[in-house]
Write a protein that binds this ligand. Sequence first.
Ligand SMILES: [Zn+2]
Length: 659
Amino acid sequence: MEQKQGIEQFKGQARLPNFAIPKRYDLHLKLDLSACTFSGTVQINVSIVEETKFLVLNALELDVHQVWFTNSHGQKYHPCDVVLDGDDEVLVLVFDKALGIGEGVLGVDFSAVLNAHLVGLYKCAYMDGEEKKNMAVTQFEAVDARRFFPCWDEPALKARFKIALDVPSELTALSNMPIINEKCDGDVKTVSFEESPIMSTYLVAVVVGLFDHIEDTTSDGVKVSAYCPVGKSDKGEFALNVTVMTLDLFSKYFSTPYSLPKLDMVAVPEFSGGAMENYGLITYRETELLFDPLHSTAARKQRMAIVVSHEVAHQWFGNLVTMEWWTDLWLNEGFATWISYMATDILFPEWKVWSQFLQYTTGGLIMDALEQSHPIQVEVHHARSVLEIFDAISYEKGSAVIRMLQAYLGDDIFQKSLSSYIKRYSEKNAKTEDLWSVLSEESGLKISEMMDDWTKKQGYPVISVTAKDHILEFEQTQFLSAGLHSEGKWIVPVTISLGSYERRKNFLLETKSSEVDISDLVDTSDTNLKNKETCDEQLWVKVNIEQSGFYRVKYEDKLAARLRKAIEHNSLEATDKFGILDDAYALCEACELSLSSLLSLMDVYRKEADYIVLSKLIDVCYNIVKVSSEAIPDSVNELKQFCIKSPHVSIRVSSIMLR
Ligand SMILES: [Zn+2]
């Protein structure tokens, strides 16, 4: 096809044109940390796949000095026009003569300012004794590698990276790969790093600063180091241990070894997020990496284990296999979040982090019950807008629907599928549908049909359950916190347990309503069942076992009464007790359950001692009193008395001031 003539054709485009594909970047940069500038050269091996007079790549806030292109015959071309478009963040190179199909090297000399905005290559301050000095750190995800060097800054345009840095000789320079050569010349040293395997631009990283470090080795011989502020390296020990353990764990889980020779982690004094999974060089906010056994809280330790596991999981899911475009970033994040809890639960079972996972994903249930919610998978037309959709829906609903799928398929099939997926798409890019295909192949089930309901549609169902003898009736409708009824139908993997966690049944609710015969779960030979009271207790029905599904459940009065007894007799897991209360409160808020029903449920939690159940109970008490003080001021004192009767709740509720 004839190329259009002007450079206007490249304006306002979501993706770069595909005339040329980058294969390898050779980047040599000189950092001046006092003047806060950097300059250097990038030489990019590119394949021209369509004859073109244009090369179009990304660049932002870079001063471009010289540009040249050398083809495989050694012919050198200089562009007749070099246009840096700040709105579209592209560098358009216009050549007089068309560049022919084939290999070539694009060279660009450029310079830029070391910014203070925590994106691209930025400066942050650290103390060297009494003196405040600058260090340099990169943060590229999603689209800021283009502030560091001209590049094809899209996740699917993977390439190899060979990096060399000129830095002050007293500082440590780190990048994705190990150092192969270090040459000192007075105050400056040139640090050269090994060439990387193919990877996406947003995962390239560089850190230059003053650190103390500690190191360890995985059972596969991967060197793991924690770089901490000077004098604080002992505080990196916990994160270092978790990193070594999770590298071993994920290598086994995915049946694929970690693909780089080393993994460094660095505590960065100024950082926009919590942590960033740069390939081989994970950057952390200092508070996410440094742990002081004497002074840090247990909650901090647990959060650190989850954050570290999340970033290490990305080394496979995200770095080795990368989303094709930002639309599928939810899968990276939802997945890394889910598996970080799985890994933490394996390493520290005593923490019971799956119950904390529910506290986390409740945010997704709340947000997705709003009419203004959005589906997990949203078209991202412009890469810079990707961060706008990164909210409770992507992370919390995303990880919750992955957990639901894993619970539905079972650990073995899920693990086998993920390991096939990682192997098949290793060093490549994949879309959400590609993962569903692998899961369908391994399970023999139609996964995308079910999962599209959860990722392409907003909202989720509330399932009403009624019992008639040994038949349970289920009916689904969309749950909205405003109490509005809405049609809507999902393919829901429903789990039921009856009177005991040993007696359980799973089925797929694919229609608006369905009946399930549970007579096979009822042991009619049990003489205790003749006694009605025992019978009712034993026949409690808990739907959505351990809250592994992303939906709410509304029980008819009879079933709700049986569950209250089960809670009183402490027959249920903390996750289920949490879920029953959380669902009941949400239903009450949506005017689908009376306040008196909610209060009778809360009444059976008086002896509760589990942390997550109690914190939910406290939240519910707090919210009820707060809302009632405006809605039913005459009854608020009685409500406060009711809440205060529960000893754990009393402190917070009694502190609420009446307006
Ligand atoms: Zn992540």
